[in-house]
Design a protein around this ligand. Sequence first.
Ligand code: GLA
Length: 392
Amino acid sequence: MAVLEPGDPSELARRAAAGFAERYAAPPTVVGRAPGRVNLIGEHTDYNRGLVLPVALPHATYAAAAARTDGLVRIASASQAEPWDGSLDAIAPGSVPGWAGYAAGVLWALREAGYEVPGVDLHIDSTVPLGAGLSSSAALECSVAVAVAGLLGLDLDDGLREALVDAGVRAETEVVGAPTGGMDQAIAVHGEEGCALLIDFDADVHRAVPLELGGRTLLVTDTRVTHELTDGGYAGRRAECEQAARLLGVPSLRQADPEAVERIEDEVVRARARHVVTEVARVEATLAALDAGDWPAVGRCFLASHVSMRDDFEISTPELDTAVSVAVEAGALAARMTGGGFGGSSVAIVPDDRVAAVTRAIDAAFALNGYRPASHLVATPSAGAGLVEPVS
Ligand code: GLA
């Protein structure tokens, strides 16, 4: 069984600092860290002003940084062949291609928000798997945001945290051009150890929800069918949701009446809207079930969410369907696909003593079906973004 370890934060900060020193021949001033995430429930609800319930992973991205006085920006990563160099003033929507756009975009967005961002050298290192639907892009954005805030000597208080979330969102939606909804950056910055984060995108509030897992493991399975949020599928779903809201005459699907949804004539648009309104209700039901320690009810919510994404929102894949059904057959209490879809990962809640059996069963089913081997990770609910002292 392939299990992806998160690594120790100070050791990974040291690794990022060493990579920085090797590349730029001087040590970094700060190392920013921001986690990936797994969403427990509430999928494609963020941009519909709904509810989401993500957890910050122990797997994180580390950005080692030092300011420059000449207005140049250099961005490199241990996991990417192509570094990017350019002038800070040249960074604008669409101007930085590829992965470096997420980092450069944050510098642009922080400047747009009025921060005196200097030229900067950045070296990135990460244990968040790429393209696994675990929010590696928001981890990258927020690790850079927190590193730049560190270079500016700013105090990471609530106001600054909100500004860093906004900078990450603008980097992704405006500079890179992926029309995502904001959940990923919010959990990367506001995540708390031992907790999930309930975010209400209509009221614009969030609160930590302690997760009493007691003897249960949050198991994530990366199907290694890669997913891209810039390739059109995601934007298409978002456009259909907006169309549904327009047809219903409501500002967003959060305000939609479930009975009115069923009267939408277009079958596809009706199904998309149905997913969103039922998914928001499932977030509420999951919260109540978690609060009551009612695991069978959590399991029913997860399963209904998966079926809704498979049949109404049509964003699942055979690999995700297999990971979910096999996990439940092998003893998981709850399982569903998670994230944007079209590939990526599933999440399951598994009694500790069934974890090995569940991963074995998924691996066997994948081999039997001729799928690429999956990779698993344990999603211990972890803290959001901050600076890390590298061990020396
Ligand atoms: C991606 C996006 C998020 C959210 C999820 C689906 O992760 O970045 O904003 O829409 O998909 O819930």
